[in-house]
Design a protein around this ligand. Sequence first.
Ligand SMILES: [Zn+2]
Length: 440
Amino acid sequence: MADLLLLRGGVVLTMDPDIGDLAIGDVLIEDGRIAAVGQNLVATGADTVDCSGKIVIPGFVNSHHHMFQTALRSYWSDGLELDYFMQSRFGSEALFHQYSPDDVYWGELGGALENLAAGTTTVVDTSQCSYTPEHTDAALDGIRRSGIRCVFSYSPVFGDHEAHPAYAHPEDIGRIVDAAGDSGLVSLALGYHVDEDLFRLARDLDLPVFAHVNDANWGRVLEEFESDGLLGPLITYIHCLDLADSSWKAIARTGGKVSVSSIAEQTLAMGHPALQAALSHGVPVSFGTDAVSIAPVDFFSQMRAAFCLQRGAIRTSGESTPLPLSTRETLRIATLGGAQAAHLDHLVGSLTPGKRADVVVLNARALNAGPVLNAPGAVVHMMDTSNVETVLVDGRIVKSDGRLIDVDTDHVLDKLAASAEGLLSRSGARNIFLTSCRHG
Ligand SMILES: [Zn+2]
């Protein structure tokens, strides 16, 4: 007997260009798959979720996140790029070098749960904490425990790693691929910056690559890689700040995708976020959040930041004026655009029959959302995580009535607080909040 779930009577924003939006519509889910989208669907024996007064969208897809950092939430809120890199990675006292596998586990689990609670059903996790195979396994355990859909981008730690003799990047990828088997919601990729060996290894293993391209110099390296045949559609380029036009053309010609983390990039003063550059060059673009040590995970903040960034640049550019971004296009980037950048758009990213059911139901019967006169506008400009009522991953309800299912939030928060305390004390780093309180 099929497992049937009917989301009935909501405003449905499918993000599927052929289906469009339904002012009132239903989504039928069968055995974890979207079976139908339409009006007045009949599904005998289905469990039903009443979606009147709600907006139904595909789950958000976060194309760049370092979830292991969850215990360090807001640590670099006032930091610049150099503060972040030097304090996190360089020298034996650097914060990331204090991570035990247990710290990684709770960071990944807490980060994944936070994404789910905020309506993000897929995350690309660029781990950067694989000091030992045990660290990597702990990351994967935390992700699997959460129930999120994840592309685990196995990445080297960079900076100093002499203190970790078991450090085995990238050789350990073979063991991870073998152990993954039919791994359900978690798929594998490789991550780093623009690195020739890694790009070749990914091609040999037929894995996607998520590569940090932080500035124009790395963009130029990309152009050399194009002549060596190393670029292709399975590569997603992260940040891409202030790239030369020729670098953008290399990405576009080879079918690459881009991930923009505009809040984190602007907080660290890394340069001008690449949203408009990607749009202008016809490169599929997506949103990432980077790290909660710097910036928030919720996609409502990300969408608003991106929308305002793009429109603000139009007002001041004066030259060839790009088209203003719409709220619907912003929502498409946050969902289907993310799925394209995660290389999972054949599975998720839109409410399309045949795709897996990663779905979010947003409560619009709330003082910050009603009355709804423009549904994408209500989602992008008005809503926040308090409107995220029901979340499904692969057809399974992971959040209902505004609460995560089978999650002891207090326990997770206690573990993260203990992890933060240990990381700070082992590194000798200051608790910035307490320090700033003392000094006013
Ligand atoms: Zn990053």
